[in-house]
Design a protein around this ligand. Structure first.
Ligand code: ZN
Ligand code: ZN
Length: 469
């Protein structure tokens, strides 16, 4: 066993502290890059979100990736905390906690807490802060809930007027449903080549308000027609497509590909919808008269679907893994592809669309592994390789030095001197909306309280209760 002298161990400890501060400073840079990448939609190349992209590209678990994106976005409006992280003075752990509650109005006070306290103090203060925030939010929520309402009445000319106030989540639901209905009514009706209908006459698209009204009608009809009880989830979003066999086999072939209401959909969409669906084969004679209707069958029988779910677990698109999926035929059944496990892959709705309508490709290699390609043909690896050139510590030191950043073993040191944290008191002093109820008024924040001298985050500080050491 090797024995270190205390000074040697001190140096080791200093090195750990210094490198940690360097890493935090580098994390600030990383978050700034993530923020820009996110804002400019760099991840929008087949991935569901910036977090999904991060998880795929740098190997973070999805939870950690979401947290980075959240913190990156939050820091945009919190310049003081961002700066402290960039200077290596505040650890990423503290920044994560602080950004959960900080606003531009309160970040100054919370930064002082971050500088003065340990990570555990910061975590506790933030939790206490959120409790107070939640109480305020609950009051606000109750007020909003009480103000909800919807009036439907007939105007003098017979038109029905709808006016209402909905809670945010209900409103979001309504907006989503209206959008879906509007798309169903107007976007699908438009052929991709700009041909709006028969005889080359472009049907005029109504104004947005008119589209919304039509969408609401569709929602009402759908609700009543299907019954308010949606039934089995498989039938909830039933879409009926009529498509000619030769179109399914080869999308460039002429032939019909229409929804039940006559709206045209692209052959690629028909192929996607047909990949994993109920299928009824009808035979027509040359004049279009119906000769024969086959029995309704699932393109992927239930037992095979269970086996597919068991094997693939979730969407197989790189970095996705969403558990609800559709069975995709690597070679479409309409082209003679067999419905077997080797010819199937589970894909989520989003990625099933990507491989049918957005030009992404997937095939099974000779080794049995799936290979995905971007629309431009570049491979989309399951796990991208990440190469670091040179000694990462030296790289960080050199970069930070060239940016004029001086980081040493004391840079991230908390100002805490070992005193007990008085949480109730600390929140009382810190929380802006708690000021009125608190005996410590805002005017006292800058002056010494009258308690006996003790220390920074405990009741009775010698100076400003949040003073950093
Ligand atoms: Zn498919
Ligand atoms: Zn997916």
């Amino acid at each position: 066993m090797q024995i270190h002298s205390p000074s040697e161990l001190d140096r080791l400890g200093d090195e750990i502290a210094e490198l940690s501060a360097h890493l935090d400073a580098a994390t600030a840079r990383l978050l700034a890059l993530i923020r820009e990448f996110d804002a400019r939609g760099g991840w929008n190349t087949g991935f569901r979100s910036c977090a999904a992209w991060l998880s795929w590209r740098v190997g973070l678990d999805l939870g950690a990736a979401r947290e980075r994106v959240r913190v990156a976005r939050a820091l945009e409006t919190l310049p003081l905390i961002a700066q402290a992280l960039a200077g290596g003075q505040l650890s990423y752990a503290k920044v994560r906690a602080l950004t959960r509650v900080a606003t531009p109005e309160t970040e100054g006070r919370l930064l002082a807490v971050g500088r003065a306290g340990t990570a555990a103090h910061v975590e506790r203060i933030v939790r206490g802060w959120r409790r107070v925030d939640r109480k305020a939010e609950a009051r606000e929520g109750a007020r909003r809930h009480a103000s909800r309402g919807l009036q439907v009445y007939q105007d003098e000319d017979g038109m029905v007027v709808v006016r209402g106030r909905l809670e945010p989540q209900v409103g979001a639901l309504l907006v989503q449903a209206l959008t879906a209905a509007r798309e169903a009514l107007y976007q699908r009706a438009r052929a991709p080549d700009g041909d709006f209908g028969h005889g080359g006459v472009s049907a005029e698209t109504p104004a947005m308000a008119q589209q919304q009204a039509d969408a609401l009608a569709l929602l009402a009809e759908t609700a009543l027609h299907r019954g308010l009880d949606p039934g089995a989830p498989g039938e909830r979003y039933q879409v009926v497509v009529h498509v000619d066999a030769q179109v399914l086999a080869d999308p460039v072939q002429p032939g019909q590909s229409v929804l039940e209401d006559g709206a045209r959909v692209s052959p690629e969409t028909s192929r996607r919808l047909g990949c994993d669906a109920s299928r009824v084969v009808m035979r027509h004679d040359d004049d279009g008269r119906l000769l024969e209707i086959g029995a309704r069958t699932r393109t992927i029988p239930p037992a095979l679907r269970r086996a597919l779910h068991h094997r693939d677990r979730g969407c197989r698109f790189p970095g996705c893994g969403v558990s609800n999926g559709q069975g995709h035929h690597l070679r479409h059944w309409a082209q003679g592809g067999p419905t077997t496990l080797t010819n199937l892959a589970l894909l989520c709705r989003r990625h099933h669309r990507a491989v049918h309508e957005e030009g992404y490709q997937v095939e099974r290699g000779p080794d049995g592994a799936l290979r995905f390609r971007r629309p431009d043909g570049r491979a989309l690896p399951e796990v991208p390789s990440i190469a670091v050139v040179g000694d990462p510590v030296e790289v960080l030191r050199a970069r930070h030095a060239s940016n004029g950043l001086r980081i040493d073993a004391r840079t991230a040191c908390a100002g805490w001197l070992g005193e007990r944290l008085d949480l109730v008191w600390a929140i009382d002093v810190l929380y802006p909306r708690a000021k009125k109820a608190s005996p410590c008024r805002s005017s006292e924040l800058g002056s010494p309280p009258t308690h006996p001298p003790s220390a920074s985050l405990a009741r009775g500080a010698t100076a400003h209760p949040l003073q950093a050491g």
